[in-house]
Every structure is written in C-alpha cells, then in structure tokens.
Write a protein that binds this ligand. Structure first.
Ligand SMILES: [Zn+2]
Length: 466
C-alpha cells in the first residue's frame, strides 16, 4: 500500500520545506521535491493526498497522560479507548501513560494492570512510564528489568504524602538505580509535606473554595522542590526530568543546572501557558474545573515559560491529561477543595494550543514540531521511529490547516468529559488528516480509525544522554 502526500510544507524540527512525502505500508520511505522523477514514479499506483497550502508534520507525542487513573475513590474519565481517540483528533499519534505501583505492591503488578487496560483498546501507539511509590530493594531490582522491557523512565513524587510521596532518601536511591541502567527519573516537584500543613490550616479557617487549592501550593514550594530534585540528581550522577513545570522560579533552577552541564530537563503544559489563578478563582464552584497540581499560577509566569520553550530550558510540552467530570467527580470536593480530584482534560488540544504560540510569534514552526513531537520522542527513546518525518520513520503524519479557525468547546470535543477548560477559546489552525503507521485515523476531521490498531511501544533510553 502506497500513499503520496503531495505538495505540503513539511515541517521537521530541523526546518520547513515544500515536499512530497512517500509512504509505503507503515513507514515513510522518502521525501521528494514535488513533481521530481522519484515522486512521479512513486505516484503511479499510489493513493494521492493533496496537501497544498497545508503543513505536513510528524504525529505529536504526548509523554504525560493519565487514562483511567484511580484517584480518591474515582478514576480519570477517559479510558484508553476514548482518550487515544481524542488524542488522534488533536494530531497526537503516540501517548506515554503512567502505570502505577501502589505502596506494598511490586512494579510488575502495576505494569501488568496498565497493560491490561490499554491492550486492544488504543487507536494510536502507546508506551508506559512507571510511577514508583514504594522504593525498596525489590522495586530497585525491578527497575532494571523494566528498562529491558522498554519501560525506561520512572516517576517519583515529592508531593502527595501517604499516597505517592517519596522521601529524599528514596528519591536518591531510585536515581542511583536509574543511573546504573540508563533510565530517566521524572519528578513531580512540589514540597508536599509543607503543602499539607498549609492545606490543613486553610481548612481549619473555613477556607474551602477551589481557589485555596492554589493558595496552599505556593510557587516557592515548587521552586524549592525543583532545586532539591536537581541537587539529588547531581549527587546520584543521574538525569532528572521535571514534569509539568509551572513557575519562573523552578524554570530558573532548571536553567542554572543546564548551564552548568547537568542533565536536567523539564516540560510544561498548555494549562500553564494559557490559564491562570484567575480561572481557579472563578465564581462559585466553577474553579474546580481548573484544579490541577501544580496549580495554575499568576499570569506573569506565562511569558517566562514561553521564553523557556524558545531557549530549550523547557524541552517539551505535554498535557498531563487527567480528566474528571465536573458533575459527580469534581463535585466530590464541594465544601472541601482538598477533595477535588486533581487534573485537567487536554490530550486533544495541545497541538492546536501551542500553534497559537506560533501565530503569536512565541515559537517558530520547527520549534513547534520539536516541543510537541521530536524532543519527547528523543527524550523517551522513541526516535527516529517517532517524532520526525524521514525515510524509515513510522508514517505517523498530521496534515494541518494553518488557516482554518475553530472554537474549543465541550459540545464538540471528543474527550469523555463534560467540560472544557478552554470553553469558547478561538483557535487559528486545525488538524485535518492524521495517519498512524500509514493508516488514516482522522480523515477531514472524521474519525475512521480502529480501536486496537495502537500497539505497545517498547522504548529505548534517553537520546540526550549519549
Ligand atoms: Zn501527571
């Protein structure tokens, strides 16, 4: 089966040029000048897709999602089926989700459970990171085994005491283990011990509205934890990847470590680029829709995050997609903000939202592709299979109309959740067609994919460490 994607502007992290993309079965076989001999020869007997006036980009890679994740007696609303379908609609063709080890369990138990949830249900390819919430001799040994199975990154938490929280000693041990096997430790960097004190003090003063979620998680406690995580990684001689970085202070810590040559990396998420503490303070219980951790910050952080994306101190944009319905799920926290499930739906809108950064002049087109696709693929061992349009790469391809306009709304989105954090936001640009390994999944905005098409991706280790 051959497909010729003709005449579009092909954008990779290295630059943009008008080219035809030649696809055979599941792979890209060549890029060719439009109308050139190789393109014309290939066109015979191939399906032709006209991409004139369109951007042709590698399918985006979202390395931070939580499908059907248990949280406080409920679970995140998207299953692997609905979540990966929504991802495809938004131009994402790979997700890396977080399997969870519970305290007292083996890593293996958690990983097996996530394989069972995902297998046969995904429309696009997927991989797993492993959340380690019980660092001990056994789990350290298992970390090495999992790296061999393609689970080459491990997330630890400085937040959520009693649930996922690890002590500094646990974190150091896990980092030492990661160093030995080439794995990358991902860190939720907020000082959860101090935050819990502020939360109980607020509740005892009767401060129960959603906005107190933000006020009890001050940005200084993210910056402090980020510095501590970086110091622990330095002592261990291991790389560290800070997830969902939201503040200027934490960005400063990462930038300093990088300038000193340390393997410190960080991602941010669209909610920190486009939403703010003012959303969390919306009238009544509305603010619950915006409860996530770290919390939404004062708007002055946003310009610094965009700058970080340009300078590569922020290397990746991921979503931290963790949707909970407003009705019945977010409502668990009526009268007590600390019971509001943490998370914002986002897997469908990362490519469109970051494209608004291109429109606004914050990012160039190649950098847009790099932070959404190329760097996440390299950081988590999927490159050059994913993250680039080049001979031999998987034919995960998005045809993007840069001139289209659309409005984000829960009435039209495809995530299985009853609200949008971006309700009514006008967007320039739109995903038109999406291929996953050569197969059309989204055709002119219509889903034509198949549950079970998506395969588990065993991943190599971090490309930036070689
Ligand atoms: Zn997360």
């Amino acid at each position: 089966m051959r497909t010729l994607i003709a005449g579009g502007t092909v954008v990779n992290a290295t630059g943009a040029q008008v080219a035809d993309v030649l696809v055979e079965d599941e792979r890209v076989v060549a890029l060719a000048a439009p109308g050139s001999g190789p393109a014309a020869a290939f066109a015979e007997g191939a399906e032709r897709v006209d991409a004139a006036g369109r951007l042709v980009v590698p399918g985006a890679v979202d390395v931070h999602t939580h499908m059907e994740m248990p949280f406080g007696g409920t679970r995140s609303a998207d299953t692997f089926e609905t979540g990966t379908r929504a991802a495809a609609w938004g131009g994402t063709t790979t997700v890396v989700d977080f399997a969870i080890q519970r305290k007292g369990e083996a890593l293996r138990q958690g990983l097996d459970a996530w394989h069972a949830k995902a297998e046969g249900n995904c429309s696009i390819d997927y991989g797993f990171h492993m959340i380690v919430s019980d660092v001990n001799d056994q789990s350290c040994k298992e970390m090495d085994v999992l790296v061999g199975e393609g689970v080459s990154s491990f997330k630890l938490f400085m937040a959520y005491p009693g649930v996922f929280y690890s002590t500094d000693g646990d974190i150091l041990r896990a980092m030492q283990q990661a160093r030995a096997s080439g794995a990358t430790v991902m860190m939720h960097a907020e000082n959860g011990i101090a935050i819990d004190v502020l939360v109980s003090q607020a509740l005892s003063r009767g401060e129960t509205d959603p906005r107190f979620h933000g006020l009890t998680r001050p940005d200084l406690l993210e910056a402090e934890a980020t510095r501590r995580a970086i110091a622990l990684a330095k002592v261990a001689g291991a790389p560290v990847y800070i997830v969902h970085l939201s503040t200027t202070g934490a960005l400063q810590a990462v930038a300093e470590a990088r300038s000193e040559g340390q393997n410190a990396f960080a991602e941010t998420c669209p909610q920190y680029l486009f939403l703010s503490a003012a959303d969390l303070a919306r009238e009544g219980f509305e603010g619950a829709k915006y409860v996530c951790s770290p919390p939404l910050r004062a708007p002055e952080h946003q310009a610094h995050l965009w700058r970080g994306l340009r300078t590569d101190d922020l290397s990746v944009v991921s979503t931290d997609h963790c949707p909970f319905c407003f009705k019945e799920q977010k409502e668990l926290g009526l009268g007590d903000f600390s019971k509001i499930p943490n998370g914002i739906p986002g897997v469908e809108h990362r490519v469109d939202l970051t494209y608004q950064g291109v429109v606004a002049g914050e990012l160039g087109l190649p950098r847009w592709v790099e932070v959404n696709a190329t760097t996440p693929a390299r950081m988590f061992g999927l490159y050059p299979k994913k993250g680039v349009l080049a001979p031999g790469s998987d034919a995960d391809i998005v045809i993007y109309n840069p001139a289209a306009s659309q409005t984000i709304s829960a009435a039209t989105h495809h995530m299985d959740v009853d609200y949008s954090a971006y309700e009514g936001k006008a967007i320039t640009g739109r995903v038109e067609t999406v291929f996953s390994r050569g197969r059309v999944v989204i055709d002119g905005g219509r889903y034509v994919g198949q549950k079970g098409h998506g395969r588990f991706l065993p991943r190599k280790t971090n490309d930036y460490l070689k």
